[in-house]
Design a protein around this ligand. Sequence first.
Ligand code: ACO
Length: 319
Amino acid sequence: LSVSDFKPEAWTCSANEALKISLVSENAIQFPPVFTYPIYGDAEQIFGYKDLIIHLVFDSVTFKPFVNVKYSDKLRNDAEDVERKLLNFLPSNDVIIKNEAQWVDTFNEEQRSFSLPADRFKVSEYENEGTQFIVYKQSIKEDFTKKLHRRVQIFTLLFIEAASYIDETDDNWEIYWIFNKNTKQCIGFVTTYKYWNYSNAIQFDNSENIKFKAKISQFLIFPPYQHKGHGSLLYNALVDSWHQNDSILEITVEDPNESFDDLRDRNDLERLYKEKFFDLVPKQGEIAEIWIEDERRKRKLEKRQFHRLIEMILLYKDS
Ligand code: ACO
C-alpha cells in the first residue's frame, strides 16, 4: 500500500463512468448511462473500488440481462455492494451474473422461440433506411409485454430524468414497441397511460361513451438506434393511432425534456403543414380564443402545446 491508497478519492469513482451498458447482437455496442442517481445515489459516485467496471449487458432481441462487476481492488469493509444495488432494479430471478457462457446459452435458447406479438397488436409498419419496422401496442398485462418491459424498464432510469417504474398492476398502462421486422430487435418503446376524462355525469353513467386523455409517459429509443428518425416515426404512429380512436380526446406528455419537445414540435408542425392548417391561421391579433379551442380539440392537442404551435406558425408566416 502506498500513501495515496489512504486517500478516499483513490477509492471513489463516477458511477456514470463505471456503469457500461451494452446491447449485443453480432457485435456488442457499448454506451454510458446519462443518469445513475436512482441506483447509486444523488452524487452518482461509488466508493470502495479501484478500476471498477459494472457491465450491464442485454441481448438485443430478448433483452435477457447479464451483470458482471470487475475491479482491481476493493475495500473489504467499506465498499458499496454495487451489484446488489443494480439488481434491485432488474427483474429478480432473470439476471445472469458473472457466468457469460450461461447467459449466451440462455439467450440463444430464448431467441429460438422468440416471436413478435400477434398481428392484432400491430399499430403500424414503416420503412427506414431500407429496413422494415413494426410498431405494436400491448397492455402491460400481456405476458410478452410484461416480461420484456421488466427487462428494459431500467433504461428509463438511466436515460430519462426523474423517471420511476410504472405500476405494472395497473391495466391502464399500454406500451408501444418498435421492432425490426427481420432481426426482431427491439428499437425503442413508449409507456402510455389512459386517463378517464370526466366531462359530465350523464356521460359518466353511459359506460359505452367513456372518453380518455392519452398520456405519453416514458418515450425511449435505445441509444444505438437514436438519430435515425425512429423517434419521429414512433411518435407519429402513436398520434395517428390516437387520432383514429374516438374514445381519446386529448394527447398529453408527462414532463417532456428538451429533446422530446423538439421532436414533438417538429412532427406536430409537419403534420399541421401537410393538413394546410398554416393557411387557416389568421393574422396575429385576429385570432379568437374560441377558434383556437375548436381547432385544438379537432387535433386532440394539449392547450399549451397548441398555443406554442400557433406561435411558431405565426413567426414562420411573418418571416
Ligand atoms: N440521420 C441523421 N440525423 C437524423 C436522421 C438521420 N437519418 N433522422 C433524424 N435525424 C435527426 C433529427 O433531425 C433530430 O435532430 P435534432 O436533434 O437536431 O433536432 C434527431 O436526429 C432526433 O430525431 P429522431 O431520430 O426522430 O429521434 P430519436 O430516434 O433520436 O429519438 C429521443 C429522440 C426519443 C429523445 C431519443 O434520443 C431518446 O430516447 N433519448 C433518451 C431518452 C429521452 O430523453 N426520452 C425523452 C424523455 S421525455 C419523455 O419521455 C416524455
